[in-house]
Design a protein around this ligand. Structure first.
Ligand code: PTJ
Length: 253
């Protein structure tokens, strides 16, 4: 948690704390300056969703957990915003699902990759991929295409929170099952995902972990049934309805 002095009585306490975490991420060289803009955009959608996990997002989080448990090689992609907002939580999700963690950046610099890997280690990660960058995602330009051949390059299921649409599309084209976390149901990443989770990454990551724990003892047939029943288009439509309809309980100011 941030050590910034925000009074807990403030009606926007959680939201202000989240902002400070992103600011701190930029100061530490973890989050890009564009990450600040992305956060602002996300906040606006979250506000319209009532800053709560909708029922359709819950179903997506459950389907994501089932996919991760069924996967041969799941990988959680970590960027500058994810590292600043949910470092411990993403490490925990990796542990519970046996997934690899890989730092994969839109605005890639070696310094930031190293700073994020270090930050994840400080939050309990044993291994962090992304530094080797000996694999490429075909169809996108050089820097953004870099992945680890034995990480995202070899994965069958990839969790890509707050991803750029281009790369999300390219990953889908090479046969990866993509789980995207994005508060904007109209973003290209959400639109191309097998499982679009329209929820704040702060709520989504712990929720997927909780579902993974709950589903751990379930049979492959039961997990497959959850995956097969999930409809990404219905989820996106429900999220868009919630945002446009404003039929949620907005508690902020
Ligand atoms: O660290 P890097 O270099 O990999 O860069 C990361 C960012 C996020 C800056 C980069 O991927 C980017 O520019 O993303 P976009 O195109 O701004 O898209 C970010 C999407 O994430 C937008 O649709 C936002 O609404 C959404 N978003 C922002 N904050 C959150 C979020 N979704 C879920 N939870 C959030 N906290």
């Amino acid at each position: 948690m941030s050590d910034v002095d925000v009074p807990e009585s403030h009606p926007r306490y959680e939201s202000l704390l989240t902002r400070h975490r992103i600011e701190e991420g930029v100061e530490k060289g973890i989050t890009s300056q564009q990450g600040l803009i992305a956060q602002g955009r996300g906040e606006a959608f979250d506000y319209l969703l009532g800053e709560q996990t909708t029922e359709s997002a819950e179903r997506a989080e459950q389907a994501a957990a089932a996919h991760l448990l069924l996967a041969d090689h799941p990988v959680l992609s970590v960027n500058g915003n994810v590292a600043a907002l949910v470092p411990e939580e993403i490490v925990e999700l990796a542990e519970v699902t046996g997934a690899d963690l890989e730092v994969n950046l839109f605005n890639r610099t070696e310094e930031r990759i190293e700073a994020i890997a270090e930050h994840l280690h400080e939050h309990g990660a044993s291994e962090v991929k992304g530094l080797t960058a000996d694999g490429r995602i075909p169809g996108i330009d050089h820097e953004r295409a870099k992945v680890d051949a034995d990480g995202i390059g070899d994965a069958d299921v990839v969790v890509v929170p707050l991803e750029d649409g281009d790369r999300a599309e390219a990953l889908g084209e090479i046969g990866k099952t993509e789980i995207v976390v994005d508060l904007n149901p109209l973003s290209r990443s959400a639109q191309v995902a097998a499982v679009p989770i329209v929820d704040n990454v702060i709520r989504a990551v712990p929720n997927v972990t909780a579902y993974a724990r709950e589903l751990q003892g379930h049979s492959e047939t039961e997990l497959r049934a959850i995956v097969d029943e999930f409809d990404p288009n219905e989820t996106l439509a429900a999220a868009e309805r919630a945002i446009r309809g404003g039929d949620v309980n907005i508690g902020g100011q």
